[in-house]
Structures are given as structure tokens and as C-alpha cells.
Design a protein around this ligand. Sequence first.
Ligand code: UFG
Length: 338
Amino acid sequence: MARVMLTGGAGYIASHTATVLSERGHEIVLLDNFSNAERDVPARLRGLIGREMPVIEADIRDVDAVSAALAAHKVEAVIHFAALKAVGESEADPLLYYDINIIGAIRLLQAMQAQGVARIVFSSSATVYGQPDASPIREDAPTRVQNIYGRTKLVTEDLIRDLARTGKLRAAANLRYFNPVGAHASAVIGETPRGVPNNLMPYITQVATGERPYLNVYGNDYETHDGTGVRDYIHVMDLAEAHALALEHILANDVAVTVNLGTGIGVSVLDLVGAFERATGRRIPLNIAPRRAGDVASYYADPAAAAAIFGWRARRGIDDMCRDAWAWQARRSGVNDL
Ligand code: UFG
């Protein structure tokens, strides 16, 4: 059992991780500035897990506020989710991304150091691989960041590795997420993109509710089995379980690890649409559009390291991802379909 602070604790992946940590007996402390999370997420989480948890409204760049929270709640480890995550926005406003994602990580690490908290799990991204030579991708593949968002993830990984190497951190896990989708099976928490979704699954679910007329398929002339982009979609609850296992592993062993979190299965845009239609009975009209700038044809994980190091494997398949993503969106949009 550990007392764990989740930065960005009201966000999509953090809130799902909180349910798993709580189930496994850990005590959770949420820290969020609510710049990109709904105010009522902590209340919904309390309802789900049936327990109170401290919620601190603070910015990760505020060393004094974060230090005070770490001390007040006797935090033993931090899972650092808080960050901006839109590739296009990062290219439009690089300093904003350096400030929140990189300076934010440094300030957090300073607060941790001031309070003697020396264990961290970090939300990294498969985007650090850029255009991979081949898939499945192993963790020792070259990192070739292609946008500023990706650079902020790689720099933060490097900061954490440096602190672990020099003994300033005792335990660390850099978790490279592939494409998280889906929602908690209760449909009480899920993903809430602001405005028009950039990502495929939330776009599909909003087409299914009728909020958007059709899905733009960005390119059907890639060198993939059906011409559309291939990704490694991973159910957010599998991802949440991986955080708990990674945390428990680094706490027990005082080690630093960098691991992929994916299923190892490549799924195309058309595969995902087909699975969604089968899982939900809703039809998704398509519009074949030009390729989206910066997109890679295909990438998926080699997830063997996470299995070997801390015994984690994704258990949920593409049908579960579609069903749970839809249940969540249908509930939010008031679609009576369940
Ligand atoms: N796609 C469409 N139509 C859409 C949205 C996406 O066809 O409306 C396609 C994309 O072209 C791609 C696939 O669906 O082939 C997945 O796209 P997403 O936007 O869902 O995911 P990405 O793989 O592009 O994005 C992910 C993460 C980002 C990360 C990025 C780096 O969500 O955080 O990888 O490549 F930065």
C-alpha cells in the first residue's frame, strides 16, 4: 500500500488509474488545476470507488503548493499525468508546451526533492519514436521526435532518467502509451475532448450520436492492409492497470524502467470503424479525405518488456474498447441506446 499523488488527477487516464489504485489498496491524492478537466470528476470518482480522497487545486509549476500538498498528505510516490497533449497546438505555441510540460515537470521534481519524495511514474508517449523503422516497436528503437509535443515527452523522460542515474530519484517508470481509448465500464468516467476531437475514437463516437455527420478518413493510400493508418489502440482500463503494476514494481525494487504500453496489435482506421459498427449497431458514414500532415502510416508496440518486467498484459480487445467508448459517449450525449 502506498500514498500516491496523481498530477492531472482529474484527467482521462489519471481518473481511470485512480480507480485501479484504490481497488488495490493504495491511497490516492489528486492534484489538478482543472485547466482541462471537468470539475465534477473527483465527485464521480468518489462515487465509483466509494471512498473520499484529497483533491488539491494547484498548478504543477507552483513548487510551494505542490511541496505543501506532498508534505500534508505524506505522499510516497507521484504519478505524473499533468500535461498538454495536442500535437497541432504544440507546433502553434511551442513555449506553452515547454512551459507546462517541461518546466512543469522540473518544478514538480523540485517539489518532490524538497519533500524527499523520490519515486515517480511518468506518462510518456509512443510519439517519442516518431517514424519507426518497423513495427512492432521495442523500447530500444531510436527516438525521433517529430513535433514539439513529442519533444516535451522525450525531454521529461530524459530528466527522469538523469535523476535516477544520479541517485536523486530512487525509482522511476517512463510509460510510453500507444493509443488509449475506451472508458470505465460503469460509464461514469471517460474522455471529454474539448471542441472537435482530434483523435479517432472520440470522433467516431460523436458521429455515432449524430453530433457529427461523418468520419473523415485521413488517407486510404498508405502501405497498410487496407490503405488506412494503423495504430495500437489500448483500453484505458488496461493502461490504468499497467500504472498500478509499474508503480508496485518500482516501489518494491527501487529501479528505473522505460516500457511500452500497447497491445501489440495493429488496427487500421477501417478495422476500428468496422469493430465499432459491430459492437454498437450504429453506422458510421465515411468521407475519404487527404492524409493528415505528420501522420505515420503504421505503428504498434512490442509489449513484451512490460510483461517480463512487471507481469502486465492488455486483456481487453477492440470490441471492449468500442463498447465502452460508446457507452460513455451515449450517456454523456443522452442517447438512449443501452
Ligand atoms: N484518423 C482519421 N480521422 C480522424 C482522426 C484520426 O482517419 O478524424 C486517423 C489518423 O489519420 C490515424 C488514426 O486515425 O491514422 C489515429 O489517429 P489519432 O489522432 O486517434 O491518433 P494518433 O496516432 O495520430 O495520435 C497519437 C496520440 C497523440 C500523439 C500522436 C503522435 O493521440 O497524443 O499519436 O503521432 F502525439
